[in-house]
Design a protein. Structure first.
Length: 495
């Protein structure tokens, strides 16, 4: 089976979030499962520098509206994964991230940049492709890949089936109506049963409406996005298409995230020999300037500093955490108001709290290893990766019951302790009071060393590698054929 994986990010070269990690790991796992998976990604400067041997493979006739023709380069990663790079200097060879300029602003031509990516993917999946290799399935990811199913819907002849993966429904790629003409999409596509969403052109709507299958990154999130609270305007459409919607939990890179071999740690460890974790805790405290207080638990979080991640809840109870007593180490960046509030909190409790604004890969690994408890009080979390890193590193996570957090963390209660599944702490309400109550419960459990050891073991023995997810995606692909197409009958949705 041949699958083209379309993505705007590819770790470690171009990454803004978890999609970059998924794009690096899932196609490799698919190939190990017997799928001929290949990646299509824009030819960003970082990728051209990383793969100087990427030679021109074809010219893609993608012109239409304001879109130009583009080139296609081909390369291969160190682990044998084939890459196709969409080469358009005007759109992709610039400073910034995949989406933002160096000043943190969206590129004004993002609809054209990712419209071109989607059109190139559709061309490679159609009878007009200049390549001998033709995908059976095109796997599109988040709104930047959303137009591929639309382009293929209006293409003539034999064509690939499509899968649309939602990594975060809050990001939708909605643009002014006149963007339709700039992209060269047919006028009839701008309809409720098409790409139109409340008077705008929506890349996400295009993918959700026209794709043959829809997946998202955890089973719980697949349920949540069918509700008005989490559907961001698409709940009706997703309920209408629920028979083709599947939630598949992401995996993690168990080679990169392994306390037994992690090069960022001052001392490595595994479940049977945990003294290395104590050494990591001491090293983390030294690095952050925290007091070496063996009788005080060290709490931690590594995340975007936003309300979605529940950071405002942490800020609200910061002084209460200090009084427990407990220590807190935070790493991340985001909302400037939250950053300032957290820095003020750390200044009030200099030996107990540390806040590092930005991102540091080595520090992120040391926090996972050195912390006692990892906090993820997210208001919503499609999948989440840090809770899986934490479980692997013997750092029980404390999470809100949402999305992939609910699918991976089992609350420390009597029933779960009895059956050996308890591995962390879960609370329900997105309030500071509920979070503080859960922290108090977790700190009390930490003081019971035998109980804490059981929680650590229950988490560390779990397997969150990508092979399970790859098998589930392979089943989704197997349910498709090149002749199968999504129905386009009227749907009872707003917009």
């Amino acid at each position: 089976m041949k699958v083209l994986f379309v993505t705007p990010e590819l770790a470690p070269w171009v990454q803004s979030g978890g999609l970059g990690d998924v794009s690096r790991c899932l196609p490799v796992a698919l190939r190990e499962a017997g799928v001929d998976a290949r990646i299509l990604v824009p030819a960003y400067p970082a990728l051209l520098a990383a793969f100087p041997e990427a030679l021109p493979a074809a010219v893609l006739p993608t012109a239409g509206g304001r879109l130009p023709d583009c080139g296609l380069r081909q390369a291969r990663t160190a682990d044998g994964l084939p890459l196709y790079l969409v080469d358009c200097a005007e759109y992709y060879r610039r400073e910034g991230t995949a989406y933002l300029d160096p000043h943190g602003r969206d590129f004004a031509d993002n609809p054209l940049r990712f419209g071109l990516l989607g059109k190139a993917a559709a061309l490679l999946g159609s009878a007009a492709s200049p390549l001998a290799w033709r995908p059976d399935v095109i796997h599109c990811n988040d709104w930047p890949g959303g137009l591929t199913p639309a382009w293929l819907h209006f293409a003539a002849g034999d064509k690939a089936a499509t899968v649309m993966s939602i990594h975060n429904l809050a990001f939708q790629g909605n643009f002014p109506a006149e963007t339709l003409g700039e992209l060269g999409l047919p006028p009839e596509s701008f309809a409720m049963d098409g790409v139109e969403f409340w008077g705008k052109l929506s890349f996400m709507k295009a993918g959700l409406h026209y794709a043959d299958r829809i997946t998202t990154v955890s089973p719980r999130y697949a349920e949540e996005i069918q509700t008005e609270a989490f559907g961001y305007g698409f709940a009706g459409l997703l309920r209408w298409r629920r028979k083709v919607l599947t939630g598949i939990l992401n995996g993690i890179d168990t080679k990169v995230w392994d306390p037994a071999s992690d090069p960022f740690l001052p001392r490595r460890y595994e479940y049977a020999h945990m003294s290395g974790k104590e050494a990591c805790r001491e090293a983390l405290r030294r690095r952050l300037g925290l007091a070496q207080a063996s009788s005080t638990p060290l709490l931690a979080a590594v995340c975007r500093l936003t309300q979605q991640k529940g950071v405002d809840l942490l800020l609200e109870i910061g002084d209460e955490i200090a009084q427990l007593p407990a220590q807190l180490a935070l790493l991340g960046s985001g909302d400037k108001g939250l950053e300032a509030g957290l820095m003020e909190l750390a200044a009030r409790h200099p030996e107990q709290f540390s806040v590092t604004i930005g991102f540091d890969e080595g520090l992120a690994h040391l926090i996972e290893a050195g912390a006692d408890l990892f906090l993820m009080p997210s208001r919503f979390e499609p999948c989440g990766l840090n809770q899986m890193y934490s479980l692997r590193y013997g750092t029980p996570p404390l999470v809100r019951e949402t999305g992939g957090l609910a699918d991976t963390v089992v609350d420390c209660n009597e029933a779960a302790l009895a059956d050996g599944t308890a591995n962390g702490f879960v609370f329900q309400e997105a309030t500071a009071g509920a979070l503080m109550q859960a922290i108090r419960r977790a700190v009390a459990a930490w003081h019971d060393k035998a109980l804490w050891r059981r929680l650590q073991r229950n988490g560390m023995v779990l397997d969150f590698g990508w092979s399970r997810a790859a098998g589930a995606y392979k089943d989704v692909y197997a349910g498709l054929s090149r002749k199968e197409r999504a129905a386009s009958s009227a749907s009872p949705v707003a917009g």
